[in-house]
Write a protein that binds this ligand. Structure first.
Ligand SMILES: Cc1cc2nc3c(=O)[nH]c(=O)nc-3n(C[C@H](O)[C@H](O)[C@H](O)COP(=O)(O)OP(=O)(O)OC[C@H]3O[C@@H](n4cnc5c(N)ncnc54)[C@H](O)[C@@H]3O)c2cc1C
Length: 430
């Protein structure tokens, strides 16, 4: 038996004890979506969140892809979609690529409002949410079956919870993974992002998300995501590099194309955070624990798009946890159920992740990254270019300036979207 808490804690005066069917750790998109789904199945569901308020602080660029909305189990009200995005614009060296179409369009949301809305859906189904409450200890057996957890409030009071199932939705720096002792190094697997919401901007592309690739954002990218005509989320990522994110951000602001757009910009609020790139654990379930969202690295690479994938996987985890609590299911079914739902997306994301690591070691990494991000050639073609020793920029520029290739890519993407649509329909029937 492995113990991660001091037995004496249980006997402290003022320690409350409660039982629940499903304990959700973390009230982000993954946890709240899971809590809604579990409570909807009629099981006693409790969410604990370390911050005092749901949706705060916002550590996000707030972009969501339109094509992913079809995978959600509920409709998103128009009011929650803050700004329409028609596509993406990519910059690398002296090259610019614009991508449009259903795979590239989306919305900017207001994350605080979004998470609060998800919380209201969970509560409506009967889930309870306890804020300002941090998971600090878990008592589990060799087979990772957790018997008790201890949660500490901001006031120092402790609560002992006896759950049947735990959903670890506690984000990129998951305490559950730390306590289980199964995870790889946190720092090795995250992109550190310095980010601000800024106003007074003069966007060259107010309806497009802009991605910037270059040495200013080592092994990652920088972005300007519009919130309105004169407001945007601006961020710079740093991955596996000694460069400080704040230095990377300052360097990015000095780029002429960025200066032109942000020279009068005023910071409104900081939205910096860490985004997962690599997997910290080999599995998505341990004993009676299901990992979901950023804790399980369930996002789409290379842009680490995690809001909607976390909600989709959260919904699956929530439903399954209710079955497990009722004695009708097994946590080991979870990967199968996730794969059944969004396998094509996660599979291509994993392939992108693999090649991304190869690209990052290559001297042509910025323009190969451009090819990867813009999706204008196959991963096989990128892999071939990886083996070339010369500067491949001339070939890349002929790729991105080739109208026929862009048109063909667009048609392939349409087919892919149709495939996703039918995949979803067929899988929901089977
Ligand atoms: C700077 C930045 C920009 C991003 N931009 C985008 C974007 O534009 N689009 C997109 O789709 N994705 C984006 N992402 C990724 C996206 O934010 C995440 O994928 C998404 O929030 C994952 O949801 P989650 O519920 O798994 O985790 P989180 O949203 O991180 O929620 C986890 C929750 O768990 C709580 N918690 C943690 N530990 C404990 C504990 N011990 N006890 C209790 N509670 C705990 C945390 O307080 C938090 O509320 C971005 C990420 C970053 C860092």
């Amino acid at each position: 038996m492995i113990k991660y808490f001091n037995e004496n804690l249980l006997h402290m005066s003022g320690m409350h004890k409660i039982k629940c069917d499903v304990l959700v750790v973390g009230a982000g998109p993954a946890g709240l979506s899971a809590a809604r789904a579990a409570a909807k199945e009629g099981v006693k569901t409790l969410v604990i969140e370390e911050h005092p308020e749901i949706g705060k602080p916002v550590q996000c660029a707030e972009g969501i892809g339109e094509y992913l909305l079809q995978f959600l189990p509920f409709r998103v009200h128009r009011d929650l979609l803050r700004w329409k995005i028609e596509g993406m614009v990519f910059w690398a060296r002296d090259m610019m690529v614009k991508r449009e179409g259903k795979l590239w369009s989306g919305y900017t949301i207001d994350r605080e409002k979004w998470d609060k809305w998800l919380a209201s859906l969970a509560v409506k189904e009967g889930a309870a949410i306890k804020t300002a409450s941090r998971l600090i200890y878990m008592d589990f057996q060799d087979d990772f079956v957790v018997k008790k957890v201890i949660v500490e409030g901001k006031d120092g009071n402790r609560l002992e919870i006896d759950p049947k199932v735990i959903i670890a939705a506690d984000g990129v720096n998951s305490t559950v993974i730390d306590l289980l002792g199964v995870g790889e190094s946190y720092i090795e697997n995250v992109v550190k992002v310095k980010s601000f919401e800024v106003k007074n901007v003069r966007l060259l592309h107010p309806y497009h998300e802009q991605i910037f690739i270059g040495d200013f954002a080592p092994n990652a990218y920088a972005y300007i995501f519009p919130i309105s005509r004169d407001r945007a989320n601006v961020g710079v990522g740093v991955y596996k590099s000694g460069k400080k994110p704040e230095d990377a951000y300052q360097e990015f602001l000095e780029l002429p194309i960025v200066k032109e757009q942000l020279k009068r910009a005023i910071n409104v609020i900081e939205k910096s955070g860490d985004a997962p790139l690599g997997y910290r654990t080999k599995r998505w379930f341990y004993g009676n624990i299901l990992l979901v969202g950023d804790a399980a690295n369930q996002n789409l690479k290379p842009f680490v798009e995690g809001i909607l994938p976390s909600m989709i996987c959260g919904n699956i985890a929530g439903k399954l946890s209710a079955d497990v609590a009722k004695g009708k299911g097994d946590t080991s079914d979870y990967p199968f159920l996730v794969n059944k739902s969004i396998r094509p997306l996660l599979r291509s994301s994993d392939k992108v992740l693999n090649i991304l690591h190869e690209i990052l070691r290559n001297e042509n990494k910025d323009i190969l990254n451009l090819l990867l991000g813009t999706n204008i050639c196959s991963l096989r073609t990128i892999r071939k270019m990886l083996n070339e020793r010369n500067d491949v920029s001339i070939r890349v520029s002929s790729f991105i300036n080739n109208r026929y290739r862009l048109w063909a890519t667009h048609q392939i993407e349409k087919l892919y979207l149709a495939y996703l649509f039918f995949w979803r329909i067929i899988r929901s029937v089977l």
